[in-house]
Design a protein around this ligand. Structure first.
Ligand SMILES: NC(=O)c1ccc[n+]([C@@H]2O[C@H](COP(=O)([O-])OP(=O)(O)OC[C@H]3O[C@@H](n4cnc5c(N)ncnc54)[C@H](O)[C@@H]3O)[C@@H](O)[C@H]2O)c1
Ligand SMILES: O=c1ccn([C@@H]2O[C@H](COP(=O)(O)OP(=O)(O)O[C@H]3OC[C@@H](O)[C@H](O)[C@H]3O)[C@@H](O)[C@H]2O)c(=O)[nH]1
Length: 341
C-alpha cells in the first residue's frame, strides 16, 4: 500500500515546542536541511533562502558535501551551518526538516557500508525523534534504488521493488527502504507529518567533480580529454533530472498534503552509450568512448512513472537533458579551469 489515501494517521500531530517561536526578526519558518552541504541540499538552501520568511539551518558532516557549496550564505543572519553527524541526536527547534543526509554516489556509499546503513537507519530515527519532539513536518529523500533492479518498467510508486538484501548496494537501497518504513511507523504511531520523495538520478552544477556518478564522470572526462568510461553492457538505462526541477518537486511535496511516496524524476530515458554519445557531441567530439567493467547489481533499467507527481503536486520536469548538460559543463569548466575554445 503505497498511497497516503489509505494511510490514515491514528494520532493527531504532536504540539509544537514553544521554543519554535523564537524566530529571527520577521521569519516565520525555521527549516533544517540535513545533508544541506551536498549537491541537491545546497541548491535547496539557495531556493529556500530566497524567501525572507525562512530561516535555514544546515546540519552536515561534510563526508561528500562541502562548505564551499554554501559559501554565499555563511554569515547571513537567516542562515546557520552546523558540523553534525545525523547518527548522533540533534537538539534544535525547527518547523520543517528536509532529511537528505546520506552519501548518494555508489562509490561513496559503498566506501563504508556500515556507516551508510547507520546514516540511513539511526540518522533517520534521530531526525524523526527531532520531528516528534518539536512537532515538525519531515521530508525524506528516498531513492529510485528502492525499486532495485526493477522487473516493472517504468516504475510506479505501487511497485515493491526487486532488491538484493545482501548485495554491495544494500547498505544504501535497503537502508533507504528501512528509512521509509521508519517514516510511516512514526506517522502511524506518533502522528508525525511525513513526506517521502523517491528521487531518480539527478544531475547539475556543484556535483563533486570526482563524485563517481555517470554524468559528472562523463563531463569531467570530456573536459580533461580522457575517454568516456561506459560500464558494460552500456545498454542499461537511466532517466536524468536537472537539479532545479528536483528542488521544485521537493518543495511542492513538502508544502502539499500527500505523504508520498512520490517519484520525482525526469522520464526521459537513455542508455549509458546514448548518454556518452550526447556528452561527446555536445562537449568534445574528438573524445573516445571505452567500455569498462561494471559493478555488481547495477540496475538494468530505470525510468520514473510520474503520473502521481503530476496529479498530486502539479509537477513535471522542464529541463531536457540536452539543455541541462551545457549548464553543468559551464560549472565544471570553471572549477576545472578549462575555458571554452
Ligand atoms: N542525486 C541523486 O541522483 C539522488 C538520487 C536519489 C536519491 N538521492 C538522495 O538525495 C540526497 C542528497 O543527494 P546528493 O546527490 O545531494 O548527494 P551528496 O552526497 O552530494 O549529499 C549528501 C550530503 O549528506 C551529507 N552526509 C552524509 N552522511 C552524513 C551524516 N552521517 N551526517 C550528516 N551529513 C551527512 C554529505 O556530507 C553531503 O553533504 C541523499 O539522501 C540521496 O540518497 C539523490
Ligand atoms: O563512469 C561511469 C559511471 C557509471 N556508469 C553507469 O551509469 C549508470 C548510473 O550510475 P551512477 O553511479 O551515476 O548512479 P546509479 O543510477 O547506479 O545510482 C544512483 O541512483 C540513484 C541515487 O539514489 C543515487 O544517486 C545513485 O545511487 C550505471 O549503469 C553505471 O554502470 C558508467 O557507465 N560509467
Amino acid at each position: 500500500m503505497a498511497s497516503s489515501d489509505k494511510q490514515t494517521s491514528p494520532k493527531p500531530p504532536p504540539s509544537p515546542s514553544p521554543l519554535r517561536n523564537s524566530k529571527f526578526c520577521q521569519s516565520n519558518m525555521r527549516i533544517l536541511i540535513s545533508g544541506g552541504a551536498g549537491f541537491i541540499g545546497s541548491h535547496l538552501v539557495d531556493k529556500l533562502m530566497e524567501n525572507e520568511k525562512n530561516e535555514v539551518i544546515v546540519a552536515d558532516n561534510y563526508f561528500t558535501g562541502s562548505k564551499d557549496n554554501l559559501k554565499k550564505w555563511i554569515g547571513h543572519p537567516r542562515f546557520e551551518l552546523i558540523r553534525h553527524d545525523v547518527t548522533e541526536p540533534l537538539l534544535i527547534e525547527v518547523d520543517q526538516i528536509y532529511h537528505l543526509a546520506c552519501p548518494a554516489s555508489p562509490i561513496f556509499y559503498k566506501y563504508n557500508p556500515v556507516k551508510t546503513i547507520k546514516t540511513n537507519v539511526i540518522g533517520t530515527l534521530n531526525m524523526l525523534g527531532l520531528a516528534k519532539r518539536v512537532g515538525a513536518r519531515i521530508l525524506l529523500t528516498s531513492t529510485s534504488e528502492v525499486y532495485g533492479d526493477p522487473l516493472i518498467h517504468p516504475q510506479p510508486e505501487s511497485y515493491w521493488g526487486n532488491v538484493n538484501p545482501i548485495g554491495v548496494r544494500s547498505c544504501y537501497d535497503e537502508g533507504k527502504r528501512v528509512a521509509e518504513t521508519l517514516m510511516f511507523d512514526y506517522h502511524r504511531q506518533h502522528g508525525i507529518e511525513i513526506r517521502i520523495a523517491r528521487i531518480f538520478n539527478t544531475y547539475g552544477p556543484r556535483m563533486n567533480i570526482d563524485d563517481g556518478r555517470v554524468v559528472s564522470n562523463f563531463i569531467a572526462q570530456a573536459l580533461r580529454g580522457e575517454a568516456l568510461t561506459v560500464q558494460k553492457p552500456g545498454t542499461q538505462t537511466r532517466s536524468f533530472c536537472y537539479v532545479s526541477d528536483m528542488v521544485d518537486g521537493l518543495m511542492r511535496l513538502m508544502e502539499g498534503d500527500d505523504t508520498g511516496p512520490i517519484n520525482i524524476g525526469n522520464p526521459g530515458e537513455f542508455t549509458m552509450v546514448e548518454l556518452a554519445e550526447t556528452v561527446k557531441e555536445l562537449i568534445n567530439p574528438s573524445i573516445e568512448i571505452k567500455m569498462v567493467e561494471n559493478t555488481p547489481d547495477d540496475p538494468r533499467q530505470r525510468k520514473p512513472d510520474i503520473t502521481k507527481a503530476k496529479e498530486v503536486l502539479g509537477w513535471e520536469p522542464k529541463v531536457k537533458l540536452r539543455e541541462g548538460l551545457p549548464l553543468m559543463e559551464e560549472d565544471f569548466r570553471l572549477r576545472l579551469g578549462v575555458p571554452k575554445n
